[in-house]
Design a protein around this ligand. Structure first.
Ligand SMILES: Cc1ncc(C[n+]2csc(CCOP(=O)(O)OP(=O)(O)O)c2C)c(N)n1
Ligand code: SF4
Length: 305
């Protein structure tokens, strides 16, 4: 049920004893963003939390004012200001000496493209915020245009024949800021998700979590298959599950099979790849190249041990 806006939303640990994502939200069935929010809710537990959400699907989620399907205080921000607004809230919490964690929660369009400058600035200053990008690999809220997170071959409303470019490596870009914690999160491995969300909430300074977030509407996939698709993406090597500490110490959490079968099945189960996934070899080459660089960085860590 959708609750009145102010009920249980003062943001203190004692007052907020309900899920972050309530019933009555507007998310599509099978939305990976809902799954991510439910995990986050468990990880947050009774910690005081404030959220900042730019103009993505996640800001439509709460439904119509004066009600909200969010069980925490949420500030709706513009794309360009989201990380700056979160910075302001975190500084106020610090000045007040309270333990509030500020979470910026945004889609890939708001993160990889439109909000990039402010995110980079907040990371450079090592602001005390947790930035979570739920990556559905399109601009979902405006009908599914391509973003720089859209993978090669995926058709969107602006790449009807399939995108010809590879996905931007946002994780490495964020790690290169030298911030305390950057990780990719697998919704297909609950223990991975919970551990990383809990660690990211505990850590102070700028933290970045990247969540591959199935979007049945944009991926043209079955709503019930989201988690299976995440696991296939990992097995195919398309979504490396890693952590980077302090900008350099790289840990690979899940070893992928890198099998052609997993890649083919991943592509075949989604309508978005029906037109443009022709060059599987090009996709495989890009994946292998990315893994080479990832392994080289992880090996640096081994040598230091
Ligand atoms: C500066 C600016 N440009 C464009 C828009 C229009 N717009 C609203 S939501 C949206 C898509 C956001 O996509 P993403 O951040 O990936 O989140 P999703 O909708 O997929 O959850 C766009 C382009 C806007 N609100 N502000
Ligand atoms: S369009 Fe995609 S990301 Fe947006 S609510 Fe629907 S399933 Fe979720």
């Amino acid at each position: 049920m959708i609750e009145p806006l102010l009920d249980g939303m003062v943001g203190t640990a004692a007052d907020r004893c309900e899920p972050l994502l309530r019933e009555g939200n507007t998310n599509c069935g099978g939305c990976g963003m809902s799954i991510a929010l439910n995990f986050l809710s468990h990880a947050v537990s009774r910690r005081p939390v404030q959220m900042v959400i730019p103009a993505c699907c996640g800001i439509v989620t709460p439904g119509k004012f004066p009600n909200s399907a969010y069980g925490a205080p949420v500030v709706a921000a513009t794309f360009a200001s989201a990380a700056a607004v979160a910075t302001g809230l975190a500084r106020v919490a610090q000045l007040n000496g309270d333990d509030t964690r500020v979470v910026c929660f945004a889609g890939d369009g708001g993160t990889y493209d439109i909000g990039m400058a402010t995110i980079s600035a907040a990371a450079e200053r090592n602001e005390d915020i947790l930035y979570i990008c739920y990556d559905n690999e399109i601009y979902g809220n405006t009908g599914g245009q391509r973003s720089s997170a859209t993978p090669m071959g995926a058709s969107t409303t602006t790449t009807p024949r399939g995108k010809g470019l590879d996905k931007k490596d946002m994780l490495s870009i964020m790690a290169a800021h030298g911030v305390p914690y950057v990780a990719s999160v697998s919704l297909g491995h609950p223990e991975d998700t919970m551990r990383k969300m809990s660690h990211a909430l505990e850590t102070r300074g700028f933290r970045f979590l990247h969540v591959l977030s199935p979007c049945p509407t944009g991926w043209k996939s079955e709503p019930s298959e989201g988690i299976a698709l995440v696991r296939l993406a990992i097995r195919a090597g398309l979504f490396p599950v890693v952590e980077v500490f302090d900008g350099w110490r790289t840990v690979i959490n899940v070893e992928p099979e890198m099998s052609r079968e997993a890649l083919e099945e991943y592509l075949a189960r989604q309508g978005r790849f029906r037109k443009g996934s022709g060059d599987i070899e090009a996709v495989r080459r890009a994946v292998e190249q990315h893994w080479k660089s990832l392994r080289a960085r992880a090996a640096l860590e081994d040598r230091d041990d």
